[in-house]
Design a protein around this ligand. Structure first.
Ligand SMILES: *Cc1c(COP(=O)(O)O)cnc(C)c1O
Ligand SMILES: [Zn+2]
Length: 568
């Protein structure tokens, strides 16, 4: 261990007040703006605002710098990528978490807390766990399971909040003050860690890039990389800082808009599949603006469709499977070839695609389960499905199988569905036909239904309680009426059915999803249940203009699937 800096102060970037790190490492106590670390003098080696530093124990090598040869050739430029997803938790944030956790220990905090949309939670949890300091992560309810799983296995206390990131952040700031807790996040010490990107890049070869493309959420990483370059220049190691290019999804682009308006914009609603950069209130906006202005940089957005397309291109052309956020640089590059042709460009690939498997699942067709017969496999390969699956990337998967040839049994099953739906006085629209065909395509036509739901009735009670009366035919042919209550109609109906069926086919509903295909009241509803039986997880679907009925269908089908599995 050694001292690692020439002395430093925490300065407010707007009123220049020097803040005391024991009082704040987040916002200026005088004006509320953000802080930056100023070192007394430049040094050739990286400076950290810590008394002692030990090498990052979780990281054993630099993240790779790779030339994207095919993309370079296809578009006539020199394109490189720094694979930041090679960091220990699959995301660049580890650079910052390492320094933040050491700082929390140095300040003698009892625990670390932070609000995050996923990646930062996983990263801080990993370092807190290694350095043996408790960690509380506040995450919005919609956080992808993979990212939560990482925080969980690293022993963080997960506090899942009803609400969005903003709600989590406010709550976490309050929580931090309620004890001797270090508030981690996109704050000043994180930036000092993340600037190691630039030092690493410098070690890896000439940094004579014309442009560096950075996917931006809060802007902290952009600001950190820029600060690293400024320090390298101040130390006399480089003469010129590349131009910075800030890129965001069109549907979450307060930073790009702000750059054009030259003032900070806060977006109320941000909604993009690139959840890692879905930040409405960009904490480090003014630092990004400075980086753009000082380097004569650029700023671009990408649509959701462009993201999907470039994500695919990076995978198929270069073998790089990244989070959707990392596809934005390629979109910006391709949309503005006039600007970038012949130039040396660097894409910062911030996070791994393995954390975005839910996105891939959503925008591609899932494969049907085939019976283990060679002729069925042959029929499947010739059915056109695999080609459609490849070509369908980027379109919602519910719509794509309208044109696949169905065998006789599936056609019969499809007709059954359509009859039932017509009986309810509904005719299917084109989109709904496609969705229904897609659903039927994946169904097992040899299912025997042990239980039938003949009728049901719901009665609303006080406080959201609902009573359900469900008429069922049981496997022995007996007809029964089951009465039960639940919180809401779905819960009531499923509880009533399960009261009769659990005895002979016990299944648990792990998750239910309802997709309404069009905005009108007549819409076809597709219900998907995730069920569990003896640790075996499976899904089943139902389709009807009536939500409850779609759920009932899915559940009854689930019983049939479970029953069949049991019989084997
Ligand atoms: C956090 C994150 C970003 C955005 O970084 P900011 O510092 O918030 O601008 C981009 N990509 C991935 C994968 C991230 O996790
Ligand atoms: Zn200030």
């Amino acid at each position: 261990m050694r001292s690692t800096n020439s002395g430093y102060t925490l300065r407010c970037i707007s009123c220049n007040t020097i803040n005391d790190e024991r009082e704040t490492s987040t916002y200026c106590t005088k004006c509320g703006n953000v802080l930056t670390v100023d070192y007394k003098e430049p040094r050739q080696e990286i400076q950290y605002p810590l008394k002692d530093i030990q090498p990052d124990p979780l990281k054993t090598s630099y993240t790779a710098l790779r030339k994207l040869t095919r993309i370079s050739e296809n578009y006539g430029a020199e394109v490189y990528a720094k694979l930041e997803y090679e960091n220990p938790t699959g995301c660049f944030k580890d650079r910052g978490s390492y320094i933040e956790v050491l700082k929390a220990l140095e300040l003698g905090a009892d625990a670390i807390c932070l609000a995050s949309t996923g990646n930062m939670a996983a990263s801080v949890a990993a370092y807190a766990c290694y350095f043996k300091i408790p960690c509380f992560v506040f995450v919005p309810e919609k956080t992808p399971e993979v990212k939560l799983a990482q925080s969980t296995i690293y022993d963080a206390t997960i506090i899942k909040i009803k609400g969005d990131f903003k709600t989590c952040e406010l709550l976490c700031r309050e929580f931090a003050k309620s004890g001797n807790y270090y508030l981690a996040g996109d704050y000043v010490f994180r930036q000092e860690g993340q600037k190691s990107f630039s030092y690493e890049l410098y070690e890896q070869g000439p940094v004579d890039y014309d442009y560096i493309f950075v996917p931006v959420g809060a802007g902290t990483n952009f600001a950190a990389i820029f600060k690293g370059f400024k320090e390298l220049k101040a130390a006399g190691l480089i003469d010129k800082i590349p131009a910075f290019v800030a890129v965001q999804p069109e549907q979450s682009s307060p930073v790009v808009e702000g750059i054009f308006k030259k003032e900070k914009i806060i977006a109320d609603h941000v909604n993009t599949m690139a959840d890692a950069v879905a930040v409405g209130d960009p904490f480090d906006f003014y630092k990004v603006l400075e980086g753009i202005q000082e380097t004569e940089g650029l700023a671009y957005t990408a649509t959701e469709n462009e993201l999907l397309e470039s994500m695919k291109e990076m995978t198929t052309q270069e073998g790089l499977f990244t989070e959707p956020a990392c596809a934005i640089p390629l979109v910006a590059f391709k949309n503005n070839l006039d600007q970038f042709k012949g130039k040396k460009c660097l894409f910062v690939l911030t996070g791994t695609g393995l954390k975005s498997s839910h996105i891939v699942a959503k925008y591609s067709l899932s494969s049907p389960v085939l019976s283990p017969k060679l002729e069925r496999i042959q029929q499947y390969i010739e059915s056109g499905f695999p080609d459609i699956q490849r070509m369908s990337w980027g379109q919602s998967r519910e719509m794509l199988l309208g044109n696949v040839a169905m065998d006789e049994e599936h056609t019969r099953l499809y007709d059954q569905y359509v009859n039932g739906i017509n009986k309810k006085g509904k005719t299917l629209k084109e989109e709904e036909i496609k969705a229904l065909k897609s659903l039927v395509y994946n169904e097992d036509t040899n299912l025997e239904h042990p239980v039938e739901v003949l009728d049901y009735k719901l009665t609303m009670r006080m406080h959201g309680l609902v009573s359900a009366a469900v008429k069922l035919r049981l496997p022995n042919g007996e007809e029964v009426i089951s009465l039960d209550q639940g919180v809401g109609p779905l819960d009531a109906v499923l509880t009533a059915i399960k009261a009769e069926t659990d005895e002979f086919i016990p299944v648990e509903v792990v998750k239910h999803e309802v997709e309404i295909l069009s905005p009108d009241t007549e819409s076809l509803v597709i219900a998907t249940l995730t069920l569990e039986k003896e640790e075996h997880i499976f899904t089943s679907k139902g389709a009807s203009p009536d939500t409850i009925e779609a759920i009932i269908q899915a559940f009854v089908k689930g019983l049939a699937i479970a029953n069949k599995a049991l019989a084997v």
